[in-house]
Write a protein that binds this ligand. Structure first.
Ligand code: PLP
Length: 304
């Protein structure tokens, strides 16, 4: 999670309720002592952010990165659930994921030989154990000249690196499908993912997203996304954009996807993002900084 300073000097958290609920579900999945009081934890985090707010650079794109963590501390060598736990929050100033001026579309390598998650596994929970096995495939993707792994499961796209994945498919000029895989247990339920689905579905009926025409209808779908579908849409010229989302990057455009020895090459954009990715990025950032009000997504940190 991150805390952002707006031009009004106020410090805000973005949808912290979703973050707290996810932490509780994740702790429960590994039998850590829950329930802890998520409202009390959020109050403590708000106080912490207030105390440390001088560390947040008041520059667009900068924030205070927050990592609430819970670890088992039972003094035992056996394979048993921990009946003791330590819950702590670390924080650090954070800059934009990509340096100013280096906005670029990332490249992904679709790799069917390794999996990040599987049915009934822990991929749908934010657990440290999910990440270590991804580091070696990540190194191998880099050696082949790609930025991140595009994770597949039986040929279906799950996620990209540690980010959720979206594709934009053209039905016709005025109707675009925004597709992301469903939360079937193999996908991390990202806060940014949920926000992108909600904002896409709101255009143009409830809001007009930045730079997108009012005549364009975005149709958001959570549905299975096979690599073969993506390839077919690409060959038909209907794959308009792909992008990845998460708290660290917000929304990043994809420029190239390696698959079975060939590259799917997406149109280049000066801003580093296609029209939908750019619209979602700009809208989410303005909500995070308190410049645009949307439901109760932006929560100001104030002591009780
Ligand atoms: C954290 C994470 C995401 C993004 O979730 P956000 O809540 O949007 O930050 C996506 N995929 C994985 C595997 C993650 O760990």
């Amino acid at each position: 999670m991150k805390a952002y300073v707006g031009p009004d000097g106020e410090v805000r958290l973005f949808r912290p309720d979703l973050n707290m609920a996810r932490m509780r579900r994740s702790a429960d999945r590994v039998a850590l002592p829950v329930p802890f009081d998520t409202d009390a934890l959020l109050t403590l985090i708000q106080r912490l952010v207030e105390l440390e707010s001088r560390w947040i650079p008041n520059i667009q794109g900068y924030s205070l990165y927050l990592r609430p963590t819970i670890i088992g501390t039972r003094p035992n060598l056996g394979v048993t659930a921990s009946d003791h736990a330590l819950l702590y929050v670390i924080c650090s100033p954070a800059g934009p994921y990509f340096r100013a001026g280096s906005a670029r579309q990332i490249s992904l390598l679709a790799n069917g030989d390794v999996v990040r998650s599987w049915p009934g596994g822990t991929g749908g929970y934010k657990l440290a154990l999910n990440y270590a096995p991804t580091l070696k495939p990540q190194q191998l993707a880099e050696l082949q000249g790609y930025n991140q792994v595009l994770w597949l499961l039986d040929g279906k796209i799950t996620e990209a690196g540690a980010m959720n994945f979206f594709a934009v498919i053209q039905q016709d000029e005025n109707n675009w499908d925004i597709i992301t895989p469903p939360l079937d247990g193999t996908i991390l339920p990202g806060v940014t993912r949920d926000s992108c689905i909600a904002l896409s579905a709101a255009h143009p009926s409830r809001t007009i997203l930045p730079h997108l025409p009012e005549t364009l209808r975005l149709h958001a779908h959570e549905r299975t996304l096979a690599m073969s579908d993506l390839k077919q849409w690409y060959e038909e010229g209907r794959l308009l954009e792909a992008f990845t989302v998460g708290t660290a990057v917000v929304v990043t455009g994809v420029g190239r996807i390696g698959y079975e020895g060939k590259d799917i090459v997406l149109p280049e954009h000066a801003s580093g993002r296609g029209p939908v990715a750019r619209a979602l990025y700009e809208r989410i950032v303005t909500i995070q900084e308190g410049k645009f009000e949307w439901e109760d997504w932006s929560v100001v940190c104030k002591s009780a």
